[in-house]
Design a protein around this ligand. Structure first.
Ligand code: SF4
Length: 120
């Protein structure tokens, strides 16, 4: 299998040519080792991270922005989005607070990326 895709690890955006015969993965076009690691992961077990928002109870705003602490398997993105959509947290919330620990046993936490105070 041959695939070409763009490395998203840094702004260089190297075009990666990947050749996979079922056992060996050969990567060309990468300017550094991180691109090779990314390409191999994309072939074997692609991962993604997400940013979203969680509904707040008694907050000075309706929602608070969140992100995952680490990338998760691509297939888990929609299930995780469903969990995030159903989650409600009570203010106050501070940047870095873990709002959902180990979401769906992926090892990733959902963490706040914004401060939200209690409604006065
Ligand atoms: S291969 Fe290396 S230099 Fe190129 S985009 Fe990926 S991380 Fe950046």
């Amino acid at each position: 299998m041959k695939k070409t895709f763009t490395c998203i690890i840094c702004p260089n955006g190297c075009s990666l040519d990947v050749d996979y015969d079922g056992q060996n993965i050969i990567v060309k076009g990468n300017l550094c080792k991180r691109g090779e690691i990314y390409a191999k992961e994309e072939i074997i077990a692609p991962k993604r991270t997400i940013s979203s928002s969680v509904r707040l109870i008694d907050g000075d705003m309706e929602i608070v922005s969140v992100r995952l602490s680490s990338p998760v398997p691509k297939s888990m993105i929609f299930p995780i989005m469903e969990v995030i959509k159903k989650t409600r947290v009570t203010a106050p919330v501070h940047i870095g607070d873990v709002l959902i620990h180990d979401v769906l046993s992926t090892g990733a936490d959902v963490i706040a990326t914004r401060n939200a105070e209690r409604r006065s």
